[in-house]
Design a protein. Structure first.
Length: 95
């Protein structure tokens, strides 16, 4: 079994703003659009938003819409699905 990347001490997810709030916030219900706006606002000031989005897009590549859940990298599942048509398949170099 491989070790999940987020278990590494220097993984980007340890610097993510979402790691300081309830993770359920990033999986809002259809009945509460304020939750989605709040989650996206947290992503908007996150220093690792692009790394999160890269991981989400890589994980979801080739997946149908049903495989996409939650707010990741500042985008909801519909936004990531639309972005998938034009998103680069190669990762950016690490900074």
């Amino acid at each position: 079994m491989t070790t999940p990347r987020h278990d590494y001490p220097d993984h980007w997810s340890l610097r993510a703003r979402c790691s300081r709030v309830d993770p359920e916030l990033f999986f809002p219900t259809n009945h509460c659009p304020d939750e989605a706006r709040y989650a996206k606002a947290i992503c908007g000031v996150c220093p690792v938003r692009l790394e999160c989005l890269d991981d989400a897009m890589a994980y979801e590549s080739g997946a149908d819409g049903a495989m996409r859940f939650g707010i990741l990298g500042g985008l909801d599942s519909r936004q990531r699905h639309a972005l998938a048509r034009t998103y680069p398949t190669t990762k950016r170099p690490a900074c």
